[in-house]
Design a protein around this ligand. Structure first.
Ligand code: FAD
Ligand code: SIN
Length: 549
């Protein structure tokens, strides 16, 4: 076993991790741990773009209000203000680093950013690079870190557990998958930037890395976890046997695409005044309702009124992918269904990325900053990752956390009860069972009785998954499965506590929004007892002094 020491450990090399690393490395040494190749992340696949107030026709107030409208009463207004006001500066910083976003000419012929439109936005404000915005951002950030003298990136290193001493986070246990050996990285502070957890569902836009490891690690360590009931399903992913769940960007609707039933009827006008550009939860629920009402396997997205040349240039990835499965989007409707896309909840943080555990920060999709409330506004997540990762880095540097001791390395807690492991536990396909439960009982529309059944089943799966980890601690898939069962359990526990319907959480037993009882975050903490969902606690968590550096 090896022991290392650095100033800051960052877990994850997506937009949040790399943004933190670049800022913190202005003053300190940073080690980035990432479980696959460095570019493999949700960030790399982002299509539509990044929202920001960058046009004279737009204002902070409008972006603020659109975000609040999408969030269905649960957004933290202080966090949203920070997001919209600091966002444009962060986007410009990306451009200074070399990001090549699409440009156009204004009325005077001057080059300006080409701004797209997506669901829930009252103005054109989506900065993009065709439909490969995430790839371009990831490329830019990786290029900036490549020869940085203070940043080291370890690929194929899998973070297992946070190391706690005196209830503070002083490092992380990592599995070096080249040697299959656990290694302890100690640091003045740790950033969780592990992204989302779409893999908890069988149909997801997320790549295989999105197994919720950071949320599970933080949960085991006793951090506050919030709002996990708000899993966002993207309304339009390709319905095709050989390319299931490939994302068809909301920007396609931004360019005029219309959702239709098989007989051609456009149906969104019956569901929302903003029609096909209504907030995402509304569109996903409408598609789900139409599919159930008519017994359809999918609905259709029609952009055939746009010329092929325009579509090839504006959406090259989507165009080519569709063509590879025999669909010409310029002539044919695209068959689409909703799929799991984005976790609005996560490890609860304040406005500086601080979690409830001192020295542990979180940013990006793993974090719950309060920005998204009950439903994220399209293209606000890349922005949130940029803004709050940068704030977290600034805080972590200024906090001057001291170097922790590296002697007497605490043991890997998860492996402490390894006795009594039976051979048979490995024989159940835990992931398949988890997927079945999440798909059937914890989907877009939920029932209390099904959630209760899911809770029991997930508890059983979680125990079995933990036993497999204890038996084979060098196997990354075993840890991922365990993490997924923990995250599934958290989604269900939060959903069970929210006895109303709001944003992304629709409970048929409680079909209405209940502001009197539920206009607050759902907060869970393993070490403080399961349910700590008091409004006052949530407030205290965001502002409490003991967590300052
Ligand atoms: P990620 O980019 O997912 O990075 C997480 C990193 O953590 C990865 O490097 C991963 O390998 C690493 N990691 C995870 N677990 C471990 C572990 N145990 N040990 C070590 N490393 C680990 N948002 C928008 O705003 N606009 C869009 O247009 C948009 N389009 C999207 C399209 C798709 C197909 C998808 C999937 C998402 C899209 N999103 C979009 C959402 C957005 O891309 C993500 O929310 C955002 O990129 C998350 O960034 P992140 O840095 O938090 O996490
Ligand atoms: C998309 O391009 O539709 C995804 C945008 C997002 O998730 O914000």
């Amino acid at each position: 076993m090896s022991v290392y020491r650095t100033d800051f450990v960052v877990i994850g090399s997506g937009i949040a991790g790399l943004t933190f690393a670049l800022r913190a490395a202005e003053q300190a040494e940073v080690v980035v741990i990432t479980k696959k190749e460095r570019s493999e992340s949700n960030t790399n696949y982002a299509q539509g773009g990044i929202a920001g107030v960058l046009s004279p026709e737009d204002t902070f107030d409008l972006h603020f209000q659109d975000t609040l409208n999408a969030g269905a009463g649960l957004c933290h207004e202080d966090a949203v203000r920070v997001l919209v006001q600091e966002g444009p500066h962060q986007i410009r910083r990306l451009i200074e680093l070399g990001a090549r976003f699409d440009m156009e000419r204004d009325a005077e012929g001057n080059p300006v950013l080409a701004l797209g439109r997506e669901g829930g936005h009252s103005r054109n404000r989506i900065v993009h690079y065709a439909d490969q915005t995430g790839w371009e951002i990831e490329r830019t950030l990786l290029e900036a870190t490549r020869y940085h003298p203070r940043i080291t990136i370890h690929e194929h290193f899998f973070a297992l557990e946070l190391i706690l001493r005196d209830s503070e986070c002083v490092g992380v246990w990592v599995l070096n998958t080249h040697s299959d050996e656990p290694e302890a990285f100690f640091a003045r502070a740790v950033l969780l930037a592990t992204g989302g957890c779409g893999q908890v569902y069988p149909h997801t836009t997320n790549p295989p890395i999105a197994t919720g490891d950071g949320i599970a690690m933080a949960w085991r360590a006793g951090a506050y976890i919030a709002n996990m009931e708000f899993m966002q399903f993207h309304p339009t992913t390709l319905y095709h046997p050989s390319a299931r769940s490939f994302l068809i960007s909301e920007a396609v609707r931004g360019e005029g695409a219309v959702l239709r039933l098989p007989d051609g009827t456009p149906f969104m006008e019956q569901h929302h005044p903003m029609k096909d550009l209504a907030p995402r939860d509304v569109v996903a629920r409408a598609i789900d309702a139409e599919m159930k009402r008519l017994g359809l396997p999918c609905v259709y997205l029609d952009i055939t009124h746009r010329p092929g040349e325009f579509l090839r240039q504006r959406f090259p990835v989507i165009y080519n992918r569709l063509q590879s499965v025999g669909i010409d989007m310029a002539r044919e409707w695209i068959p689409v269904v909703p799929a799991a896309h984005y976790m609005c909840g996560g490890v609860q943080t304040d406005l500086y990325g601080r979690t409830s555990i001192p020295r542990l920060y979180a940013a990006g999709e793993v974090a719950c900053t309060g920005v998204h409330g009950a439903n994220r506004l399209a293209s606000n997540s890349l922005l949130e990752a940029l803004v709050f990762a940068d704030r977290a880095a600034t805080h972590a540097v200024e906090a001057r956390w001291n170097q922790p001791r590296t002697d007497a390395v605490p043991p890997l807690e998860a492996l402490m009860q390894a006795s009594g492991v039976s051979e048979e536990v490995e024989h159940e396909d835990i992931r398949t069972r988890l997927h079945a439960v999440m798909h059937q009982k914890v989907g877009i529309v939920r029932r209390l009785a099904s959630l209760q059944e899911a809770a029991q089943e997930l508890q059983r799966l979680q125990r079995r998954a933990q036993l497999v980890v204890q038996k084979a601690p060098h196997r990354v898939e075993a840890w991922e499965r365990w993490n997924l069962t923990i995250v599934g359990g958290l989604i269900v526990q939060c959903a069970l506590r929210r006895r109303e319907s709001r944003g992304l959480h629709t409970l048929v037993d409680f079909p209405h929004r209940d502001d009197v009882n539920f206009k607050r975050d759902t907060v869970l903490c393993r070490t403080a007892g399961l349910d700590t969902s008091e409004a006052s606690l949530s407030h205290e968590t965001r502002n409490s002094a003991p967590r300052s550096g």
